[in-house]
Design a protein around this ligand. Structure first.
Ligand SMILES: [Mn+2]
Length: 433
């Protein structure tokens, strides 16, 4: 087993920060942070001298996010063996709205400020063991975005878009080394032709949840163009299983009978694509579809309905099952994404079996069915689906549990910028003099 100092030296000892002393300080700081990951910076550094050195380090022109993290990303990719899942998702780092921070973006429904951090977590497919973070990107959401509403498709494609972080991180991770297979696992945010193009360019596979039922697909021997919704009626049932769903706010516990259906489609190039994608002259992209449908849901219950696009084979129930299981491993990524909506429901960490049975347990304990089902089956999404979903869930939670709400987890970044602890714990240097 690797010690914390070995880990810090391995991951940060080669960072190029313009001065050897900076790299040494970074390694020391990484060790301190990793020893107490949940603590604030003043608690992590313990001594005033170390805290001051940390802030001096952050101030360095060359000490950028990339410069610090890149070496870990590269080590992670080098450690990949066999089939690996690259679980990608974006999380918001919210610093509240009271602090004055230069050049920061907006978060949530526009009421907070911070930035979006896109993470790609590398996980061994067979064991679900975490290898590390394979790539990351930061995106600052522009304040005052109302002007975007008046843009047409071409204008939208020409400007910088939030959805491009998916492509950016896919490109950054690049194709796998010999003997390694990457399967990127993404939520609905990534279901776009551009993302599939970038995945093909990186010779990588995927499991991506379908975003829209009204998207066009080409299906059948004649490659007929139809909506995904219409195509789903033609899918071939592979098997059924029952799933014990725990009670959730507004819905009692129930046993759900689920049917797994599979099919194959081509996703055509949409009319409006960026110039970069147009130059690729990409033909329609072939992929498999896995659909999980609840049979005879009780009245009043939101039926389970998951639709996944994948490059993996789905010829048998076991193969289709593996695709569902890969998608469900997304919760691993949420350990590093700490937004309130990303928080793990209770019981997840305890289920450790792999294979279909273990996965059933995880489904069950996590109660992950509801968000999946409501997102796809819901009518039109609001302008800010994330915020609406969060508000709905918080409201439902508050109704179900009269107990005091959990405190909002403070992001680590917020702590760095707000060293409120040190004034209490350490005398200010100017007072000492
Ligand atoms: Mn997401």
């Amino acid at each position: 087993m690797q010690s914390v100092s070995e880990w810090a030296a391995l991951n940060f000892g080669n960072c190029e920060l313009g001065d050897k002393r900076r790299t040494r300080r970074l390694v020391r700081l990484a060790e301190q942070v990793a020893s107490h990951p949940a603590a604030s910076l003043p608690d992590q550094t313990e001594h005033w001298k170390d805290l001051k050195a940390a802030y001096r380090l952050f101030d360095g022109e060359e000490v950028t996010f990339q410069a610090i993290a890149r070496s870990h990303w590269e080590l992670t990719r080098q450690a990949a063996r066999g089939r690996c899942l690259v679980i990608g998702d974006t999380t918001e780092l919210d610093f509240g709205r009271l602090r004055k921070i230069a050049r920061i973006g907006e978060t949530g429904n526009g009421s907070g400020q911070g930035f979006l951090l896109h993470n790609a977590l590398l996980v061994q497919a067979q064991t679900a063991a975490i290898v590390g973070v394979a790539g990351q990107a930061i995106y600052y959401r522009r304040k005052n975005r109302t002007s975007h509403r008046r843009q047409n498709a071409a204008q939208r494609l020409a400007r910088e878009r939030e959805s491009q972080v998916w492509n950016q991180v896919i490109d950054d991770i690049g194709p796998p080394a010999a003997g390694v297979e990457y399967v990127h696992v993404f939520d609905r945010g990534a279901d776009s032709f551009e993302v599939y193009c970038h995945l093909l360019q990186s010779r990588s596979g995927w499991v991506i949840r379908a975003a829209k039922l009204n998207r066009y697909v080409l299906a059948g021997p004649q490659q007929r163009r139809m909506t995904l919704q219409n195509y789903l009626r033609q899918l071939k049932p592979l098997g059924r299983y029952t799933l014990q769903l725990r009670a959730r706010p507004g819905q009692p516990a129930r046993q759900a009978l689920l049917e797994v259906r599979v099919g194959r489609v081509h996703i055509p190039r949409p009319r409006h694509v960026s110039s970069e994608i147009r130059r690729l002259k990409q033909q329609p992209i072939a992929m498999n579809v896995v659909e999980v449908v609840e049979i005879d849901p009780p009245g009043g219950a939101t039926p389970i309905h998951w639709i996944l696009f994948t490059s993996l084979p789905v010829g048998s129930f076991e193969e289709a099952w593996l695709v569902i299981e890969y998608y469900e491993l997304r919760w691993l990524d949420r350990g590093i994404s700490q937004g309130p909506e990303d928080r793990l429901p209770h019981g997840v960490a305890t289920a450790s079996d792999s294979g279909p049975l273990g996965s059933l347990c995880r489904f069950d304990e996590r109660g992950g069915a509801a968000p999946l089902a409501t997102q796809i089956a819901g009518p039109r999404r609001s302008r800010n689906p994330r915020a609406a979903r969060r508000a709905a869930r918080l409201a439902a939670d508050a109704q179900a549990r009269p107990s005091p709400p959990e405190p909002r987890p403070r992001s680590h970044g917020g702590t760095v910028l707000s060293p409120s602890g040190h004034a209490r714990r350490f005398p200010r240097p100017d007072r000492r003099r």
